[in-house]
Design a binder for this molecule. Structure first.
Ligand code: NAD
Length: 417
């Protein structure tokens, strides 16, 4: 059994738990446990050296009951269709918890982006966009950035689909550069939402964010912004990491400097010298108050959960904590703010971007950030209250809200024909 199959199992286990609390009809649960559509594509790209390489990619749409599907595109060597399906499922619940009118989707290409030149990356992106064009569209399924993709990749996708449509379609992807119909605040939105969730959690558990020691796994789009905003709010970020390793300084790292110098560079933070290098495994176990896992899935497991010292974990990444770890953390009294709530800032501002694109009317950054904060605070409050009502953990509470909203929409619409 591959590790990625486990991620889909993990997503289904979480659904089972929520379904039990809701006493969900078994037929309805079967509908929600499966993706609506899985597209697998194989496509060639001529590399700079003239050789042809064939790549495998996916686009999975999980559920359309509440609206068009939405979800990022990931470029990573370890992706597969099972993991992509799990990520699409989580997107469905996330959009429902945030109460935005989308279902979930996810796309991915099995590739190590570090091995590609910029020209090869562009060709791969344009060909992948062409292959999945049969299922995406501004009214049907709207991709966005995820691991290994960025606003430039979104610009190439938008241009490719526009060329094939014969007119410019900014609404077909979100997370675009601002001159091409991107939204103010989108780049920072996920990290900003993680910090809004962190602040809400701190208020409720009586922890002072100012002076709290924070560790962040992953220093990409989500992790670097979360670390940067945490520092701005007075937290002391003692450890950060990326795929190549982690750095630690118990007195605090100069995050503003690291953010401006290294956040776009994979492996960049290891160039910073005034710190102690540690491994990613050690990073998770460092003494701290708050842990923000913001890299990849299944990082906090039954094997290492007991060694985690943080009292609060806020999930910037999708699926960083396994169900086995959840149980151990809950016994230890660690509060875990789940991914489908904590990292929803990205899809919330993607929704704002899409609305702005469809209306051709653009908002100021301040307006975007205020609306994001209100959305996140409202969702956090609803999940917190649901947790108390059902006497469960925050993940299950968020799942209860997400699954119920999707199930209700499915019942209201009825099963076609
Ligand atoms: P990114 O590619 O910008 O950054 C990923 C970071 O994780 C990089 O610093 C990379 O070096 C690091 N990393 C990769 N493998 C690692 C490993 N094995 N151990 C430690 N670090 C590792 O990606 P991102 O957009 O910041 O996404 C990070 C996570 O957040 C993913 O789980 C993604 O699904 C989730 N997420 C992203 C968004 C978004 O808007 N970008 C929204 C919601 C959730």
């Amino acid at each position: 059994m591959s590790a990625h199959y486990d991620v889909l199992q993990m997503a289904r286990q979480q659904l089972d738990l929520a379904a039990k609390h809701l006493d969900l009809d078994s037929g309805l649960q079967r509908v929600l446990a499966e993706p609506k559509r899985q597209l697998i594509v194989h496509f060639p790209v001529v590399l700079d050296n003239g050789e042809v390489e064939v790549f495998e990619g996916y686009r999975v749409q999980h559920n359309t009951s509440r609206g068009p599907t939405k979800g990022g595109i990931r470029y990573h060597q370890d992706v597969d269709v099972h993991e992509t399906t799990a990520l699409a499922m989580w997107m469905t619940w996330k959009c429902a918890v945030a109460d935005i009118p989308y279902g979930g989707a996810k796309g991915s290409v099995k590739v190590n982006v570090r091995s590609l030149s910029k020209r090869e990356l562009e060709k791969l992106t344009r060909r992948y966009a062409t292959e999945i064009n049969i299922v995406i569209g501004e009214r049907g399924d709207i991709p966005a950035p995820d691991i290994g993709t960025n606003p430039q990749v979104m610009a190439w996708i938008m241009d490719t689909i526009s060329m094939q449509s014969g007119y410019t379609t900014p609404g077909v992807v979100t997370g675009k550069p601002i001159p091409l119909g991107g939204s103010q605040g989108r780049v920072e939105a996920t990290g900003r939402g993680v910090i809004v969730s962190t602040a809400e959690a701190c208020k409720r558990i009586g922890m002072n964010l100012q002076g709290a020691k924070v560790v962040v796994q992953g220093f990409g789009n989500v992790g670097s912004v979360a670390a940067w905003l945490a520092e701005k709010l007075g937290a002391i970020v003692v450890g950060v990491s990326d795929a190549r390793g982690a750095i630690y300084n118990e007195k605090g790292l100069p995050i503003d400097q690291l953010y401006h110098k290294y956040s776009g560079m994979d492996g960049g933070i290891m160039n910073f010298k005034e710190c102690q290098p540690v491994t990613n495994e050690e990073l998770l176990q460092l003494p701290c108050d708050i842990l923000l896992p913001s890299a990849i899935s299944a990082q906090i497991t039954a094997e290492n959960a007991d060694k985690i010292k943080a009292k609060l974990i806020v999930e910037g990444a999708n699926g960083p904590t396994t169900p086995g770890a959840d149980a151990i953390l809950s016994d230890k009294g660690v509060l875990v703010v789940p991914d489908i709530l904590a990292n929803a800032g990205g899809v919330i501002v993607s929704y704002f971007e899409w609305v702005q694109d469809l209306q051709n009317f653009f908002w100021e950054e301040d307006e975007v950030n205020k609306k994001l904060e209100r959305h996140m605070q409202r969702s956090f409050g609803q999940v917190w209250d649901t947790m108390a009502h059902y006497k469960t953990d925050m993940r299950t509470a968020a799942m209860i809200i997400g699954v119920k909203r999707v199930a209700d929409a499915t019942v209201m619409r009825g099963i076609f024909p």
